[in-house]
Write a new protein. Sequence first.
Length: 206
Amino acid sequence: MQVANVGLYQNNYSQKSNPNFTSIKSIKCEGLYKKYPDLANDLVDAFRNNPKAMDFCKKYDVDIVFYAVKQMHDSVESSVHIFFDNISKSKFRKFFEKLVGGSDDNVTLHAWGNKYSLAHSLEDSTADLVDAISPERKVLDGYRGGLLDSHLASAEERMEKILEQKAKKQMAVESKIAEAKNAKSKLESDTSKLQDSINDLIDNGQ
């Protein structure tokens, strides 16, 4: 499934925002998750129980789509798509991207299941997606989870870097404006002093 296809759902949410999610505008469970709401609920719970994901949602307005689709035979692809408000972009750019459907302001994770039945494949892909959404944790001699945290952190770092660059440019512009004002003020002051000197010379020369 392409992310662009999921984007079509982004403008067609019917589910009301969950009051437990501070800045989550909407949540949608599509594809096979309509037929298996219990598995979709596992994903919602995993997201809710991820502190870093919830912190991200408190900073930026987001829309979330949980999606599952049957692939070849009875294999399944599950995914979560987090569409967020990119605060580093101008309103004009956001409007243009919405118009042409070219926004890349989303974080997407995929998981696959390939068992002997569709239901078991969906259970398998959902379990892997829950694992990816969950915070990183130590399991035996290794670590699991943390994939969503990593992607959200990267998205936030990109936005912060752009905002920092814009702030530096703005400071440079303001500095030039201030220098120009100071230069103009100094010129006016020096011109006034020169005129006073000229007038004084004329008065003394009479």
